[in-house]
Design a protein. Structure first.
Length: 382
């Protein structure tokens, strides 16, 4: 056991012995996410480095404290990438690979390639008893029974301290094109995206947003195509024709310009993500892609072909937002609290139903019997 891993184990054993809560932290880029921040900081940044990379096998294994930007640079040298485009907040250097998996957040390509969970092959972790455990492996078909490695994705560190992660990587697509269409309202955009979703198109990402700063106010739909050169070249004219048929004004964006915009969308640095007023919180609606435009009195940004919708609203709107999302089979998350930070009053996540809540509680008791890891980060009593 190397020194950084030994130090982590010693801290966990000491905390479990006296019941001291530990706040698992990498670069702190996602400190805003989740219910509360409690306990002494357990810093994962010293536990860093890529321990194994097999480009021909499309597999990389990395320690949890490794900066995400370092991993992405290493993959780029071999023409490969993390296809799910993990978001990086608070600057590129702050995000770590462990935080990426613990938060379980994916970027614009999630609707076409899958989520973080789909790319996790295996993990190593330290549980609340100070035991070093390994689940999964370095190939896709390596799980018999319960897939514990993917259980850790999105758990926000409440079940254990991730120390090492094995990930599937993919080659960078040979061709890419982004179309920008002005003049389609949200429902028109959703209808188009749903129609295209049933066709063999290399549709990689989409984003619909209303520009309130323009005169007159205009709606914009951005669509990114990725894949084989022939597939991208043949799909472009078909999509342009469909948008023109609805009265949209379409242009093909320069890839450098479009790339910067997609990065800003992923990292939430677009103008839309600037807080409009101190009392507003950023809400994330996770909905079926086929859900219609919701009649909400708040400006929205729509991603994932309709599956992810962002809006700024006061925390007092929580009941209405959660009801609207539930009525179409989705959920609402308070992603970033207002400046008043009433998150202790307004739950960040939808409450779990009793059967699922019981499963979560039993998992927590098994992995973290003393309840020391990221206490109340996921749910107030978890």
């Amino acid at each position: 056991m190397d020194s950084s891993l030994r130090q982590l184990t010693d801290r966990i054993l000491a905390a479990a012995a006296d019941g001291t809560p530990l706040r698992i932290r990498g670069g702190g880029s996602k400190d805003f996410y989740g219910q509360t921040l409690q306990g002494d900081v357990l810093d994962l940044r010293p536990h860093t480095g890529i321990t194994s990379y097999e480009p021909t096998e499309l597999v990389v294994t990395v320690r949890a404290g490794t900066p995400l930007v370092h991993l992405e640079a290493t993959l780029a040298e071999r023409g490969q990438c993390l296809a799910f485009e993990p978001p990086r907040f608070a600057g590129a250097d702050a995000s770590t690979c462990g935080g990426m998996v613990a938060a379980g957040l994916s970027g614009p390509a999630r609707a076409s390639v899958g989520s973080v969970r789909d790319f996790v092959l295996g993990v190593s972790l330290i549980n609340g008893r100070g035991e070093a455990l390994t689940f999964g492996g370095q190939v896709m078909k390596n799980v018999a029974g319960y897939d514990v490695s993917r259980l850790m994705v999105g758990a926000l560190g409440t079940l254990g301290v991730l120390t090492e992660i094995s990930l599937k990587v993919l080659p960078v697509a040979p061709a890419e094109a982004t179309l920008m269409c002005a003049g389609l309202n949200q429902q028109q955009a959703l209808d188009l995206l749903n129609r295209w979703g049933g066709q063999p198109l290399p549709l990689s990402a989409s984003c619909w947003v209303r520009d309130d700063t323009a005169t007159p106010v205009r709606d914009f739909l951005f669509v990114r195509l990725r894949g084989a050169i022939a597939a991208v070249q043949s799909a472009g004219p078909r999509l342009i024709a469909d948008m023109h048929a609805l009265g949209g004004e379409v242009r093909v964006m320069d890839n450098t310009e479009a790339g910067a915009d997609w990065t800003a969308c992923r990292d939430q640095t677009l103008p839309f993500f600037t807080r409009p007023a101190p009392e507003m919180g950023l809400w994330r609606l996770s909905l079926p892609q086929t859900a219609p435009a919701l009649p909400l009195p708040y400006a929205q940004l729509v991603e994932w072909h309709g599956g992810q919708r962002w809006l700024w609203a006061p925390e007092s709107a929580a009941p209405a937002l959660r009801q609207a999302a539930a009525e179409v089979g989705g959920s609402a998350t308070l992603f970033i609290a207002s400046c008043g930070d009433n998150s202790k009053v307004t739950p960040r996540f939808d409450a779990l139903k009793p059967p699922l809540d019981g499963i979560h509680q039993r998992l927590k008791a098994e992995f973290d019997p003393a309840g020391i890891f990221n206490r109340a980060r996921l749910y107030p009593d978890f």
